[in-house]
Design a protein around this ligand. Structure first.
Ligand SMILES: [Zn+2]
Length: 448
C-alpha cells in the first residue's frame, strides 16, 4: 500500500514546491503534485509544515566502543533522529579502539549493531603509524579518512606529522576517498600559549589568544600544497577562521578537489559574547569574533564553505570543568545533533536564507562528501524514504529534555529557537515523532 506525504513545501533539488512523496516499502516511488496523489494512497497531510530530506551529518563523535560514558550509538542516534538527521558518519577518535585498523572497524560495527535509530557509517583514521591500514580500511567500508595535524585533545588517536602524512597520501589518493583534516598547526599555538603562561585562563580571551588564526592558516596552506602534489580529495573540517577563505577560494578555482565545512557554533556564537568561565563553549579551533562570523556566512553564501555539520562531541559534564571555569582544563567539544537544524534555521531566518540553502548545506553537500550523493541527501524517486517534517513557524526554548544525547549539557540551553522538527522518517517509518521515538532501532550501516 502506498503512503502519500503531502506538504505545501517539499524541498527537492528542483526547488521548494507543493507536492507529495509517494512511499512504498520504505522507498520513494515518486514525488508528485498534490492533484496527482493516487486515490488509494494512505494520506499523511503535513499541512503548513515543510518536508525536507533527512539531514546528513558527516562530523559526529559517537565514542562507542570504549567511551560509552561520554556518548554511544543509541543516544547519539536518538539525538540525531530528534534533530532531523537520518545519516551520521562517525569520527574515528575518542572511541576505543580508534578506528585505525579493520579489526577496530569490526569492533565498531559490533557495538553499533541493533543500537542505531538512524543510518550510520564510519570514517577511518590516518594516524602516525597506520599507513599500511589505509587501503584495507577503504576496502572494508570506511567512507574516508580523518587526520589531525595537532594533538587531538585526548590520548589514543595520534596526530600525524608531514612526513607520516606524505607516506599515507598515495594510498589515500588511490582509494579515491576524501581526507578530512583537523587543520591547526602546533607552532603558532605553542608560541601563543607560552606567552600566556601567567594569563587568567578563566577568561575566554585567553583561550582565544592561545589558538590564533595563524595556526589554521598555516595548516590549510600546507594541505593545499599537498593536495596539489598528491591529488587526493581534501576536506577541511570545522573551519573557524574566515581569513582562510581567500586562499581556499583560489585553490578551488585552480581546480583542486577541496571541500570545506563549518559548524553551528561558529555561525551562532561570537567571542565577544562568551562569558568568562563559560567553558561549555570551548572547542578547537575556537569560536572567533563577530566579524569573523560574518565572514563565515559570506563563505557559505559564495560557496567556498560547502556545508554545515555539527562536530557533535559530548563528554561527561565534569570534563567541561564548569566548576573552575578554566578553559585550559575543560574538554573541547560542543554537542548539537538534536538542535542544529533549528539553530541554523533561526539564524537563516534573520538573514533571508531559504530551506533550499539549508538542505544544501546540511543534507546534499555532506552526503556528497561521504560519497553518498546517489543514495542520501536529496528527495528523489528510487531512494530510501528518509525525510523530515519541519514546522518552520514554531518556536521553542531549549531545555535539557530536548537534547536526547547521553548528558544533557549544552551552551544552547534556555535559547529560544524558531523551527521545530516534528517528525523524522527512516525508510518511510517515523523514528521520531512529537517527542516519541520508535520502539526498535532500525538504522543500518550505509555502504558505498
Ligand atoms: Zn570533531
Amino acid at each position: 500500500m502506498a503512503h502519500a506525504f503531502l506538504s505545501k513545501r517539499v524541498v527537492t533539488p528542483q526547488g521548494t514546491q507543493p507536492g507529495a512523496l509517494l512511499v512504498e516499502d520504505g522507498t520513494i516511488r515518486a514525488i508528485c503534485r498534490p492533484s496527482e496523489i493516487p486515490a488509494d494512497a494512505i494520506l499523511h497531510d503535513f499541512g503548513n509544515d515543510a518536508l525536507l530530506p533527512g539531514l546528513v551529518d558527516t562530523h559526529v563523535h559517537i565514542n562507542q566502543p570504549g567511551r560509552t560514558e561520554w556518548e554511544g550509538f543509541r543516544t547519539a542516534t536518538r539525538a540525531a533522529a530528534a534533530g532531523g538527521y537520518t545519516t551520521l558518519i562517525d569520527m574515528p577518535l575518542n572511541c576505543l579502539p580508534e578506528t585505525t585498523t579493520v579489526a577496530a572497524l569490526e569492533e565498531k560495527r559490533e557495538a553499533a549493531s541493533g543500537e542505531c535509530f538512524v543510518d550510520w557509517a564510519a570514517w577511518g583514521g590516518a594516524v602516525a603509524d597506520n599507513q599500511q591500514h589505509i587501503l584495507p580500511l577503504a576496502q572494508a567500508g570506511v567512507l574516508g579518512f580523518k587526520c589531525f595535524l595537532i594533538y587531538p585533545g585526548c590520548d589514543g588517536f595520534t596526530m600525524i606529522d608531514q612526513q607520516q602524512l606524505e607516506a599515507a597520501l598515495p594510498s589515500i589518493a588511490q582509494s579515491g576517498l576524501p581526507l578530512l583534516v583537523h587543520a591547526e598547526l602546533a607552532g603558532p599555538i605553542d608560541a601563543a600559549t607560552q606567552s600566556l603562561r601567567h594569563a587568567d585562563w578563566r577568561q575566554y580571551q585567553t583561550y582565544l589568544a592561545s589558538r590564533p588564526d595563524e595556526a589554521e592558516l598555516q595548516a590549510i596552506r600546507l594541505m593545499i600544497r599537498l593536495c596539489r602534489q598528491y591529488s587526493f580529495r581534501l576536506h577541511i573540517v570545522h573551519l573557524s577562521t574566515a581569513l582562510a577563505l581567500v586562499e581556499l577560494k583560489s585553490a578551488r578555482k585552480e581546480g583542486l578537489p577541496i571541500t570545506v565545512e563549518t559548524c553551528p557554533h561558529y555561525l551562532h556564537f561570537a567571542a565577544e559574547e562568551i562569558a568568562d568561565g563559560n567553558t561549555l563553549l570551548k572547542c578547537a579551533p575556537p569560536i572567533r569574533s563577530k566579524e569573523n562570523q560574518r565572514g563565515l556566512w559570506r563563505g557559505l553564501h559564495d560557496g567556498t564553505i560547502d556545508m554545515i555539520v555539527t562536530d557533535h562531541s559530548p563528554c561527561p559534564p565534569g570534563m567541561k570543568r564548569t566548576d573552575t571555569g578554566r578553559f585550559d582544563q575543560a574538554w573541547g567539544g560542543i554537542a548539537s545533533l538534536s538542535l542544529a537544524l533549528s539553530i541554523i534555521h533561526t539564524d537563516c531566518g534573520n538573514r533571508g536564507d531559504t530551506l533550499d540553502d539549508i538542505t544544501r548545506w546540511m543534507s546534499s553537500a555532506p552526503a556528497a562528501l561521504a560519497g553518498l550523493a546517489r543514495q542520501a541527501g536529496v528527495l528523489q524517486s528510487g531512494r530510501d524514504a528518509n525525510f523530515v517534517r519541519f514546522d518552520t513557524e514554531a518556536t521553542f526554548t531549549v531545555t535539557p529534555d530536548k537534547l536526547h544525547y547521553r548528558h544533557a549539557i549544552s551552551p544552547y540551553l534556555n535559547e529560544t529557537l524558531r523551527g521545530l522538527v516534528k517528525a523524522t522518517y527512516l525508510r518511510g517509518e517515523p523514528v521520531y515523532q512529537e517527542g516519541i521515538f520508535a520502539s526498535t532501532p532500525k538504522g543500518r550501516e550505509v555502504k558505498l
